[in-house]
Design a binder for this molecule. Sequence first.
Ligand code: SAM
Length: 334
Amino acid sequence: MAPKEDQIAVDPDFYTLADDYQPDDFQSETTSLTSSIAKGRLENGRRYQAMKDNYWGPSDEQQFEAFEIGHLVFLVLDHNEPNPLFHSPIKEKPKHILDIGTGKGSWAVDVADLYPDATVRGVDIFPPPVTWMPRNCVFEVDDVLREWTWRDPFDFIHLRVMCGAFTDEGWDQVYRRAYDALEPGGWIEHMELDVRAFSDDGTLTEDKNLYSWGDIFIGCAKRAGQSLLTQETMRGAIEKAGFVDDRILKEAGQLQNAHWNTALEGWAMWLLTHHGAPKPWTREEVQVYLAKIREELRDPHIHAYELARRVWARKPTLEEQKAKEAKVKTEPAP
Ligand SMILES: C[S@@+](CC[C@H](N)C(=O)[O-])C[C@H]1O[C@@H](n2cnc3c(N)ncnc32)[C@H](O)[C@@H]1O
């Protein structure tokens, strides 16, 4: 596809790496990603990132396609909103925006187009497969659990579908870092999916594979030491980090066939082959199971839906922070 006038070409072998990230096969801090990080690792016919060994999601063409479909689904879900990309009332002219776990980078690219004067950074443990992007968009390969080295404070930090990426302590750390890295008054916004499918009219009955689908993965992730119930815990964790004015929006959407069909194997393969119960499943067992799920997804008699939740919250202004500190000092010790 031809680039737009204000887009620049990206050499997919050349990304910015975090300052101090220098595994053995890297020559410098900003370096060619022809090494193991760009190649990832192959498992059960899928490509996974090679930076961490316990993240469930593949980073390959099929999953990037699923991210793109997901991005479109989220835009459609919010098509009545003044800004379907996010709900936070950020300032009119933001300078620095961060997208954590940017995936294919579609959100970061759209937001960079929306705010041509801002720098929009997308960070991920695998390089997004982009060839053209706006000049003001920067992709970086890094693990956000490592020390953050961005110098300019952000006006807005965004996360979407990061469930199962961190332990509860990891989440606390990420939100705390986001708090520290934001300007006073800056915003955080996190959107998550519930991995379970529901139906209100009883058409998703207990005998269906889709009925227990979500709980199977919640169990696998638990055995892997991560939680897939992020959408239930994120509001409390965001508040705990010190954010205020938090708002939550729960949305229910019909199971979207294209998104599920493309994403399905990627969601399932690593968790089931590593942490399936009563023992890890084989690749073939996973494929047989997915064939049954696909059949149920095609069944027009099952009216299943899934939940999405969005939390957005503000870092207090300097005055609010001072007022809070003063209150803590003047309160008598218990
Ligand atoms: C399910 S994808 C969602 C991608 C994107 N946010 C979207 O909504 O399309 C989650 C992304 O988080 C990335 N990720 C997982 N753990 C991470 C970490 N520790 N640091 C940075 N990115 C991470 C994964 O590589 C993956 O691309």
